[in-house]
Write a protein that binds this ligand. Sequence first.
Ligand code: ATP
Length: 467
Amino acid sequence: MDGADTLIASLHPVAPLPDGAADALVAGLGLAGVSVQPAHGKPAGLAVLLFSQWDEQAAAALAALVTDQCGNQSVLAVCCGALPANTGWSLLAAGAADVLLWPTAPAGADSIATQAAARLHRWRAVEQLMQSDAVRSCLVGDSPAWRALVRSVVEVAAWTQSPVLITGETGTGKEQIAKLIHHLHQHPGGGLHGDAPLVLLDCSTLSPELAGSEFFGHEKGAFTGAMNARDGAFAQADGGILFLDEVGELPLPLQAQLLRVIQEQQYKRLGGNHWQPTRFRLVCATNRDLDACVAAGTFRADLYYRIAGWRCRPPPLRERTGDILPLVSHFLRQLDPDHAHELDPAVREYLLTRSYPGNVRDLRQTVARIWHRHCGLGPLTIGDVPPDERLQAGAAWPDQHFTDAVRHALDLGVSLPAISQAAADTAMKLALAAEQGNNQRAAALLGISDRALQMRRKGKPDGPAYH
Ligand SMILES: Nc1ncnc2c1ncn2[C@@H]1O[C@H](COP(=O)(O)OP(=O)(O)OP(=O)(O)O)[C@@H](O)[C@H]1O
């Protein structure tokens, strides 16, 4: 990453371009604090793609920029011609971070440079935060899916005051994300000052009798057993973050009360007469499908729209298996900060292929169980895996991974013919990739004839073409 004041970006012009467009953009960016370096050599983390028509050449240039950096490069697409309707969305889908149209006004170059520079500065600041110890030690993982999630969490936490709704399976890191939002909320620039409170309330464990007091607090004598006055979560979270875990479990009467407090930014203690002001940022998490709860009438639509100012969904571990080993190293460091523990190849394979219904929490506990059995120096070995968790030799297939994948497809409403087709297509793609595109060897791997694979690659009788 470049120094704090100089921002370096690479420019990738795609011909044909209007005369002087690239030079004008470079000059304007220079004035806005962005130093543009030639496109050749190692690309910087920020790139500007300049084109006047969206054709194969421009698409190839974007694809090269996006794949070059494994998702670590933010590419700004600048079009100085006409961009057909909806093409902008295709550019985003292809990996561009944003698309700017060159204004036709006389000062078009200055304007586009200012707009471009604002985005490049923001993306650099987001990237710097993502690389900070605070973020990397809190949310471990470098898979593209995880980086995309962390990038958006960092941006919304540090640059906005929006309420955040985090949905996802158990153990995917929802609470961890809430903690990071709190950290970035009080240290927006990554600084060390600030003491905004983080108040956590688990809505699934609230007893109906005490829930009101948990939120509102109470005055002495407000109810039997209220020996002393007490602050509730609304008071404690003032100036900071109120994190409502399992918000989908909140009973309807409390949903109405919570909505009123969010709207009016004031509340009364139970048994009290005085309105107390409070301002907090609401972060909610749930593994329920809140849209379905709203449709079923168990969650208020008006509250849903208040808490879901910005939504994020940490992906389950099976969708980011590339993060398993970094997470394992992280948990081993937490268990034993004084020693670097290695894994022998069989343990590594075991951890990579095991299924984790409880996601990252499941992985953390699995690592802990293996580590607890380990003794002495040297790598963790398969003998350290607890006996009841060991793989059976020649384990049967289809295994849990396959079952999980099919269940996921069924949950999405995919039909049996489409599942079968996708399984066959995936097997062929993998075999061809494993055999570097050699049809004969890939066919042998698949257990089908050379000709059958060839027919499928040509899209006959019903298969797509493979390359
Ligand atoms: N990306 C991550 N990096 C490091 N640790 C993580 C990460 N994600 C989750 N963890 C760890 O996994 C465990 C479970 O995470 P967390 O409690 O945030 O999950 P959750 O989605 O809130 O679960 P639940 O829905 O069951 O409450 C915690 O110990 C947390 O520290």
